[in-house]
Design a protein around this ligand. Structure first.
Ligand code: PAF
Length: 283
């Protein structure tokens, strides 16, 4: 495994790999790697001849009062995990490498960014779409791997590559969970022991929604009331949103039909967690 910081060095490695006609898979990450990232690296390993993991805590996707400064950066551990699971190249640039001068060009995916996390994090997805475009241009992968936990992010990136004719495919891999159901996230480590005990209730509420939809409930309000009752059992969880949207367009659904994305964001103290479940509504 090789680790590089500079864009010209990445390009040299990729040129060699292309000469060998290998397919290139990219796992874009912000580091603090966990079992969810490992599943993405494994999926990339299965599908591609050459696997690149980018590790970059992207400043442009954090709002002014968000956790950019305290975001965990355990680089040694990250490199060890990448090596263990068979990554070929780590791209770990400094911010000045990715943003050498004032960034005046931004990727904005309309409509899909309005609901869910876009409502409270207005410039977040512009930062994500822009840094992913940069990474795609630098690494030129055939495939890029994203987690279902960030369902809105995955939908936005898919729409961006379709709209801009970017020559790669997006693979979305299932959410990896702790034994008690909590979706694995780099931000789980911010939780106190008491918050961590309550956090799995988020998934309990999502499972209840899935069950109701599968039983034929089509009214999102009815389900929301029941989900709130479940979440109310947790004293430390403050729901930010409970939404029912179309999986691809991320537009809110008044009546549940087709493939429904049920998504929750909740605050536990100053830590914000998100989770979701996809359910096929009864025809
Ligand atoms: O999901 C993430 O970790 C980030 O949003 C990504 C895709 C690496 C872009 O910085």
């Amino acid at each position: 495994m090789n680790a590089v910081h500079r864009i010209d060095h990445v390009r040299e490695f990729i040129a060699q790999v292309r000469a060998q006609k290998k397919t290139v898979g990219l796992v874009p990450t912000m580091g603090a790697l966990h079992a969810g990232h490992v599943s993405l690296i494994q999926a990339a390993r299965q599908k591609c001849g050459y696997v690149v993991v980018s590790i970059f805590v992207n400043p442009t996707q954090f709002g002014p009062n968000e956790d950019f400064d305290r975001y965990p950066r355990p680089l040694e551990n990250d490199l060890e995990l990448c090596g263990k699971y068979g990554a070929d190249l780590i791209f770990n640039p400094m911010p000045a490498q990715m943003y050498p001068s004032e960034q005046l060009t931004w990727i904005t995916v309309e409509k899909l960014t309005a609901a869910l996390c876009g409502a409270s994090r207005p410039s977040h997805f512009q930062g994500v779409a822009t840094v992913c475009t940069k990474l795609f241009n630098i690494i030129q992968p055939d495939y890029a791997f994203f987690g279902q936990k960030d369902a809105q992010q995955a939908a936005i990136i898919k729409k961006m590559i379709a709209d801009l004719n970017m020559p790669l495919q997006i693979e979305v891999c299932p959410t990896v969970r702790e034994d008690d159901g909590l979706a694995i996230s780099s931000r789980n480590q911010y939780l106190t022991a008491e918050q961590r005990d309550e956090a799995p209730i988020i998934y309990t509420a999502l499972r209840q929604a899935a069950q109701l939809i599968q039983q034929g409930e089509t009214n999102p309000q009815t389900i929301t009331v029941k989900m709130r009752k479940v979440l109310d059992r947790a004293l430390l969880i403050e729901p930010e949103y409970i939404e029912f949207v179309d999986t691809d367009t991320i537009q809110p659904l008044d009546v549940l039909k087709g493939r429904v994305l049920v998504a929750i964001a909740a605050k536990l103290g100053s830590t914000r967690l998100i989770d979701n479940i996809i359910v096929d509504a009864k025809e």
